[in-house]
Design a protein around this ligand. Structure first.
Ligand SMILES: [Zn+2]
Length: 423
């Protein structure tokens, strides 16, 4: 079971000084920055997934990629751009169908997508697809009654299959270097199975299941069971955007060989509480927003509702208290007083004192073997600025990969390997 990490140009600056919060003046963006796979001394994923929609910034979300970076990726190819070739990380190209889910038809032609995959020199390429956002198993019982299944979702499946046929035909005709992966979209177990059957007939042996992000685990298992009834022995499956380590054994028995997900990274700074992973649970990161970089605080300061001086004083006291507590120079309650004073100043309706008490008592970063926790110490638990938040996300990806290895019965080796690395 391979885990592919979806790219959105997530890098950290190794020159960042966490005490002074400054960077090296000589740092050149991207060139001097590090991807997660450059930062860890043991693997955090098996490969990368790069989406055209993300690289192009489709859907108004804007791209992390500058125009120059986009051109460079296409010119030198993905392995060189991601500095991943020495690690043998395979790269999957994808359209990023979620970036255009609101369009009536995909905004890209098969030719445009093939050109993108070829220029990037990907190892695998996913056919152009259109996500179906509906999941209704009861449609399987109504399938024979006319007009019960909305025409719009049937059209999305039809478009996805037509584009997959064109994609495979062109891949063969042009003798392209990447292995094609066909996408199955559906709204129920039987409709997914139908898509897989059609893709197998076309000649696909690697099939990605799309639109499963919002599905519950038992719904995913129901879809996989229906597919399994007609799956050819040589058909391998990929789950797009699915993060469930607790059922990898069952997934594997249904022919799933790979999946991708950004959840471990994004939870570090998007989730209300599950920001820091350990092998067995999650913790809430301690919010210490930067007075200068926090739009809400800045608005309050500009409107005169709070004083900038007071905000700066509380922020500094909070950072000092965290440093002193972790160095054994003040008590837990003294530290919590300072943290909660700043926290309730920034978010008056919340009181996370007991939540913070738990994470500061357990100090999970001290027992984590990842390179980030060992180098960064308690800074990894601070919800503050992209350099800390993204590193905590990388840590989560690393831990997530070990959870996966544990489910697959492979964890022991990895932890031994991690211990052998000098601090
Ligand atoms: Zn860690």
């Amino acid at each position: 079971m391979k885990y592919f990490f979806p790219d959105s140009l997530d890098l950290v600056d190794p020159s960042f000084d966490f005490e002074k919060e400054t960077r090296s003046p000589d740092r050149v963006r991207h060139r001097d920055d590090q991807y997660a796979h450059e930062l860890f001394s043991s693997p955090a994923y098996d490969g990368l997934l790069v989406s055209k929609g993300i690289v192009d910034g489709f859907g108004g979300s804007g791209s992390r990629y500058t125009l120059a970076q986009r051109h460079r990726l296409l010119r030198i190819g993905a392995q060189e751009f991601f500095r991943s070739s020495s690690l043998n990380l395979p790269i999957i190209g994808d359209c990023g169908a979620f970036t255009y889910v609101r369009e009536s038809v995909p905004p890209y032609t098969v030719d445009e997508v093939i050109q993108f995959y070829e220029e990037c020199r990907f190892d695998f390429g996913i056919s152009v697809d259109h996500v179906i956002l509906t999941y209704q198993p009861k449609f399987d019982e109504l399938a024979l009654i006319p007009d019960t299944i909305p025409i719009e979702i049937q059209q999305r499946q039809e478009i996805t299959l037509q584009l997959a046929a064109e994609f495979l035909a062109k891949n063969r005709e042009m003798k392209l270097c990447f292995e094609p992966i066909g996408v199955a979209q559906g709204w129920s177990p039987q409709s997914y199975a139908h898509s897989v059957q059609e893709l197998q007939k076309m000649g696909y042996t690697y099939i990605a299941l799309g639109g499963m992000v919002p599905l519950k685990t038992k719904e995913i298992l129901a879809v996989l069971a229906a597919i399994n009834e007609l799956r050819s022995p040589n058909t391998r499956l990929h789950l797009l955007g699915v993060t469930r380590t607790d059922h990898v054994g069952a997934f594997a028995s249904y022919g799933v060989v790979s999946f991708d997900s950004t959840s471990p990274l994004r939870q570090a700074f998007k989730d209300d509480k599950d920001n820091y992973y350990t092998l067995d649970r999650t913790y809430t990161a301690i919010r210490v927003p930067q007075v200068d970089g926090n739009p809400r605080l800045q608005r309050l300061i500009v409107s005169g509702a709070v004083s900038q001086e007071r905000a700066r004083h509380l922020e500094k006291s909070c950072l000092d208290a965290l440093r002193q507590y972790t160095a054994g120079e003040c008590s837990l309650d003294q530290a919590l007083d300072a943290i909660v004073a700043y926290d309730s100043f920034c978010e008056p309706k919340k009181n996370l004192r007991e939540v913070y008490r738990e994470v500061l008592t357990d100090r999970p970063w001290e027992s984590c073997l990842c390179d980030i926790c060992r180098r960064l110490g308690y800074h990894v638990i601070l919800f503050r600025g992209a350099e800390r938040n993204r590193r905590r996300g990388f840590h989560n990806v690393w831990v997530f990969y070990r959870r996966l290895q544990r489910e697959l019965g492979l964890l022991q080796d990895d932890l031994t390997e991690a211990r052998a690395v000098p601090v």
